[in-house]
Design a protein around this ligand. Structure first.
Ligand SMILES: [Zn+2]
Length: 91
């Protein structure tokens, strides 16, 4: 079970109270029409799937409703770092 302390409301949330939003820090090209098909395809479909530390975005959907970022070990599910959405992860 994954338990994450929301950095916005400070409450511990079980994974049933959270919404997983996939990999964090995926940046949409500012001008989609100006990028190549490969760049657009990479943005839409390709995500990291590491064995180990992964940067993810989660929503405190059972609580305050805010999105935040998490560094999590995909093997052990250990939560390494949690930050508000406008902050960068260092783990
Ligand atoms: Zn919250």
């Amino acid at each position: 079970m994954i338990i994450i302390q929301c950095p916005c409301c400070g409450e511990d949330r079980h994974e049933e109270e959270l919404t997983f939003g996939g990999e964090a820090e995926i940046i949409r090209p500012l001008e989609p029409a100006a990028v190549s098909d490969q760049v657009w395809t990479d943005y839409l479909y390709f995500r990291a799937n590491p064995k180990g530390t992964h940067h993810e975005q989660w929503c405190c959907s059972g609580g305050c409703g805010q999105w935040f970022k998490v560094a999590r070990d995909t093997v052990t599910h250990e939560v390494l770092e949690v930050v508000k959405f406008d902050k960068g992860l260092s783990a």
